[in-house]
Design a protein around this ligand. Structure first.
Ligand code: G4P
Length: 532
C-alpha cells in the first residue's frame, strides 16, 4: 500500500431500503473495483430472511469480504466500511461508526427521515462526524425537496447546505442543477453502466434550458433564489459537522452519483487525530497505534478463528512485526493480515493511518482493544448502548458450566450482545437490540462451546448506567431496588428499567444521579481473554 495516497475512510448509512447497497455498488463501479452492477447485492442481508437467522449469519459470513471495500479514485484511497442494514445488527453499525472519518447518509426521497436514520445520526453527532447527505430515488414521486431539508434539520439536527437541486421528481424528474459547480445535468437513466450522456450547461440563463425544461426552468430559477437562505458551502463548517452538504440523485439510475463521489473525495476529511484516555494521538505520530472496532466470527465449527478488524490511527502497520496488545500486555504478531479490496481480500505487508486491516484471531481480541509499539493507551469513544431486549440465560448442563461461561464471555467480547450479572447467584442476563441475537447466541453456544442454554424473558426496556459524584448515592438508590440492579462486564452498576414512566419518575426523584443510556467500553489490562 502506498503511504502517500490520501485516505478517505467512511461509511454509507441509511434506513434499510433507502439505497445504501445500490450506492455502494455504483461507487465501486466508478472506482473500477467491480465491472457490473449486481456484484454487491448478493452480500446483502435480505429483509425476507428476518426469521431465518442461520440464513442471515451465512450472509454475514459472506459479507466479511465486504466489511471494508477499498479502491482508488480521484487520487485517493477510498475505504468504505460496510454497515449491516438489518436493524438487529445496529450495534455493529454504531461501533463501525467509531472507525470512520466521515459518513454519507442516504435518505429515500419518498420516505424522508426514518427511525433508523435518527439512531445512526445520534451516534454521528456524539463524535461530530462530518456528514454528506444523498436524497435518493428522485426518479420516484417523493416529498417536496424543501420539506426534506426541513426534516434533515428538525429530526437530525443537521444544518443542510444543498450542493445540487432537483428539477422535478418521479416521471417529471429532469435532472439536477449542480449549485456547487454551477452546471445543469439532465437526467438519463442508466442502470448498469456509468452514465455518460449527461448534458451540462454552465449558464443558468441559457435559452436552451427553457427549451428543454419548459415551465420547470422557471421553477428551478425560483427554487434557487429560495435556497439562498441555506448560505454557501463552507468546507470548514462541514469538517466540523456544522454543515451538511446535500445532493439529490438516483443511485439505481446512476444519476448524480459521480458528482457526489467527486465532491466527496475532494472535501471529505483525511484521517484525523484520535482521542485516547491519556491524550490525543495524531496521525503523524511515528509509532503504530490502532484499535479493534469489529470482530467477525465464522459460524463453521471447524474454523473457530475470528477476524478482528483494526483501524490504524498512526504509524505504519507491518506484517510479521511484533506489536503490543495493550490489555493483555503481551507481544503479538500477524503473519497473514488482510487488506480488503472491494470484494477481494489479500494478505498485506504494510498499511497506514485510515486503513483497516483484518487480523486472524483465536480469542485474543475484544472490541475496543488497542495495539501499539509498546505504548500503554486505550482509545476513547467506543460506546455500548442500552439494549432493548433482555433475557435471563440458563445453562442446562451442569457439566458444561465452564464452556458456558467461556462461550458467553467470548461472544459478548465480540459484541454479539451485552452481558449483565445479577446478585445473588451470578444470574446472567443478555441484552440485545434485536431478537436475532438470542438465536445466534443459543446456536453458537451449543455448536461452538457445547453448552445448551435456555432463556427466560424479562420485562425490561432499558439498561441505564447510573453515575453519581458520590458513590454512596448509588448504593442508597439500589438498596431497595435490588431486583432492578445488575452489573455490566466492567462491574458498573446498571438500573434495569421496566417502564418509561418509572424511569422518568426515578430521574425526577433522584437529581443527584445521572441515568446514562450509553457507556464507554472500559478495557483494562488483565489476564483474561487469551485462553484458548
Ligand atoms: P439498502 O441497501 O439501503 O437496504 O437499499 P438497496 O440499495 O438494496 O435498495 C433498496 C431498493 O431500492 C432496491 O429495490 C433498489 O433497487 C431500489 N433503489 C435504490 N436506489 C434507487 C433509485 O434511485 N431509484 C429507484 N426507483 N429505486 C432505487 P428492490 O426491489 O428492493 O431490490 P432489487 O430487486 O432491485 O434488488
Amino acid at each position: 500500500m502506498n503511504k502517500n495516497i490520501p485516505r478517505r475512510t467512511f461509511a454509507i448509512i441509511s434506513h434499510p431500503d433507502a439505497g445504501k447497497t445500490t450506492l455502494t455498488e455504483k461507487f465501486l463501479l466508478f472506482g473500477g473495483a467491480i465491472q457490473t452492477a449486481g456484484a454487491v447485492k448478493s452480500n446483502k442481508i435480505r429483509k425476507t430472511a428476518t426469521s431465518d437467522f442461520m440464513e442471515i449469519e451465512k450472509q454475514r459470513g459472506i459479507s466479511v469480504s465486504t466489511s471494508v471495500m477499498g479502491f482508488e479514485y480521484g487520487g485517493c484511497r477510498v475505504n468504505i466500511l460496510d454497515t449491516p442494514g438489518h436493524k438487529d445488527f445496529a450495534e455493529d453499525t454504531y461501533r463501525t461508526l467509531t472507525a470512520v472519518d466521515s459518513v454519507i447518509l442516504v435518505v429515500d426521497a419518498a420516505k424522508g427521515v426514518e427511525e433508523q436514520t435518527e439512531n445512526l445520526m445520534r451516534v454521528c453527532r456524539m463524535r461530530a462526524t462530518p456528514v454528506i447527505v444523498l436524497i435518493n430515488k428522485m426518479d420516484r414521486e417523493g416529498l417536496d425537496p424543501f420539506d426534506l431539508l426541513d426534516e434533515l434539520e428538525n429530526k437530525l439536527g443537521l444544518t443542510p447546505c444543498p450542493l445540487s437541486w432537483p428539477i422535478g421528481q418521479g416521471d417529471r424528474f429532469k435532472g439536477v442543477y449542480n449549485k456547487h459547480r454551477k452546471h445543469l445535468d439532465l437526467f438519463s437513466a442508466s442502470k448498469t453502466s456509468i452514465a455518460s450522456d449527461i448534458r451540462s450547461f454552465d449558464d443558468l440563463n441559457d435559452q436552451r434550458i427553457d427549451d428543454l425544461l419548459g415551465p420547470l426552468a422557471r421553477k428551478l430559477r425560483e427554487d434557487l433564489d429560495l435556497l439562498e437562505v441555506y448560505g454557501d458551502f463552507r468546507q470548514e463548517a462541514y469538517l466540523q459537522a456544522a454543515q451538511a452538504p446535500i445532493f439529490f440523485g438516483s443511485a439505481l439510475n446512476n444519476f448524480g452519483i459521480r458528482e457526489l463521489l467527486d465532491t466527496f473525495v475532494q472535501i471529505a476529511p483525511e484521517p484525523g487525530p484520535r482521542e485516547t484516555r491519556t491524550g490525543i494521538i495524531e496521525t503523524q505520530h511515528p509509532k503504530l497505534t490502532g484499535f479493534v472496532f469489529k470482530i467477525h466470527a465464522n459460524l463453521d465449527p471447524n474454523h473457530r478463528d475470528r477476524i478482528a478488524f483494526m483501524r490504524i490511527c498512526s504509524g505504519k502497520f507491518e506484517r510479521n512485526k511484533f506489536y503490543h496488545h495493550v490489555r493483555l500486555d503481551k507481544k503479538i504478531r500477524f503473519s497473514a493480515p488482510l487488506l480488503f479490496q472491494a470484494s477481494d481480500r489479500n494478505t498485506v505487508d504494510e498499511a497506514w493511518p485510515g486503513d483497516v486491516v483484518g487480523l486472524y484471531d483465536t480469542g485474543n481480541f475484544k472490541i475496543g482493544d488497542s495495539l501499539t509499539e509498546g505504548e500503554h493507551l486505550f482509545f476513547k469513544g467506543i460506546p455500548a448502548f442500552s439494549p432493548e431486549l433482555f433475557r435471563r440465560v440458563e445453562n442446562l448442563d451442569p457439566f458444561k458450566a465452564k464452556q458456558f461461561e467461556k462461550g458467553l464471555r467470548q461472544l459478548t467480547d465480540e459484541g454479539v450482545a451485552q452481558l449483565f450479572v445479577q446478585q445473588p447467584g451470578n444470574r446472567k442476563i443478555i441484552g440485545t437490540v434485536g431478537e436475532l441475537q438470542f438465536d445466534v447466541i443459543q446456536f453458537r453456544l451449543l455448536h461452538e462451546y457445547g453448552a445448551k442454554v435456555q432463556y427466560q424473558s424479562l420485562p425490561y426496556l432499558k439498561a441505564c448506567w447510573i453515575h453519581a459524584a458520590n458513590p454512596d448515592k448509588i448504593e442508597d438508590f439500589f438498596q431497595y431496588r435490588r431486583e432492578h440492579q445488575a452489573f455490566d462486564k466492567d462491574a458498573r452498576s446498571v438500573y434495569l428499567a421496566d417502564s418509561q414512566w418509572m424511569l422518568q419518575r426515578l430521574q425526577a426523584e433522584n437529581p443527584d444521579l445521572e441515568f446514562r443510556f450509553s457507556a464507554e467500553l472500559i478495557l483494562e489490562e488483565s489476564s483474561d481473554g487469551a485462553d484458548d
